[in-house]
Design a protein around this ligand. Structure first.
Ligand code: 23J
Ligand code: MN
Length: 259
């Protein structure tokens, strides 16, 4: 066995490494992105019982699940956006599995977001983070810790006003650098989608989806517990369902973090 794996197994046994669950519960009340007309809506979650130790199955319990691919804590594949539609290995079943695992760079902007729900991570803010914690390595997950997962209920979580949703995200220049120079695996956020609430009106519209998926990168939305991770040093595993031709899927996202 490799030394690295042996020491990981040892650390897991002795509590030197913690497993942090970055996943929100998936249930019928899970909020789903609310696109304005004329765009087609994604359905909510429905969970229908097949049997529960009854006439339909005396010794077994199981359910039928129904939800859109982009529901709850979920993965965005490159094919999700038109800019990524012709890239190789762009669907949930064809992405090389090595790309589901990588180090986490966690950028804590909870204070800024508490003061401004439309906060965007600028290039200057990214520079400041790198000055302190080092340059974001290639093939890492960049996770934006906004505190948004603590918002309770659909209304507070989606935060939709007269002029559309208000929630934090990335400035277009920042996404360009992360997808380009930094060559990350993808970005992860606590909000319903990887783009800021107001990003439909940005240039280009939805820049995070446009640029990340357009350069073969991924998205993780509706994460939680990012406040339990160090800025660097954790490892994230985020593997979507192997749906053939899938644009994404709900998934369990786990981080291995120093105790
Ligand atoms: C479709 C259209 C716009 C957006 C999204 C989906 C998502 O956020 C998503 O879940 O990928 S912004
Ligand atoms: Mn999505």
């Amino acid at each position: 066995m490799s030394d690295a794996l042996a020491s990981l197994i040892g650390a897991l046994a002795t509590g030197g490494v913690r497993i942090v669950d970055l996943t929100q519960p998936l249930e019928e009340s899970t909020p789903v992105i609310d696109l304005p007309p004329p765009f087609a809506a994604s359905p909510g979650v429905s969970i229908e019982q097949i049997s529960r130790y009854d006439d339909g199955g005396p010794a077994w319990y199981w359910n039928v699940l129904r939800f859109g691919e982009h529901t709850g804590t979920h993965f965005d594949a490159p094919v999700h956006w038109v800019t990524g539609k012709d890239l190789p290995d762009n669907t949930t079943d064809t992405i090389p599995v090595e790309r589901f695992v990588g180090p986490a760079c966690v950028i804590d902007v909870r204070e800024q977001v508490a003061a401004d729900p439309d906060f965007l991570l600028t290039i200057d803010a990214l520079d400041a983070w790198e000055q302190k914690h080092g340059v974001i390595p290639a093939r890492s997950w960049v996770l934006l810790c906004t505190g948004w997962s603590e918002r309770d209920g659909r209304e507070a979580f989606l935060n939709i006003g007269e002029d559309g949703p208000h929630s934090p995200g990335f400035h277009v220049d920042t996404v360009r650098r992360l997808a380009g120079d930094r060559d990350v695996l993808g970005v992860g956020v606590e909000t319903v989608g990887t783009d800021a609430g107001q990003a439909g009106g940005f240039d280009p519209p939805f820049p995070t989806h446009t640029l990340m998926q357009g350069s073969g990168k991924f998205g993780l939305a509706s994460l939680c517990n990012l406040d339990q991770l160090p800025p660097t040093g954790a490892l994230v595993v985020a593997a979507p369902l192997k749906v053939v031709g899938g644009s994404g899927s709900p998934l369990r996202v786990l981080a291995l973090a120093p105790a």
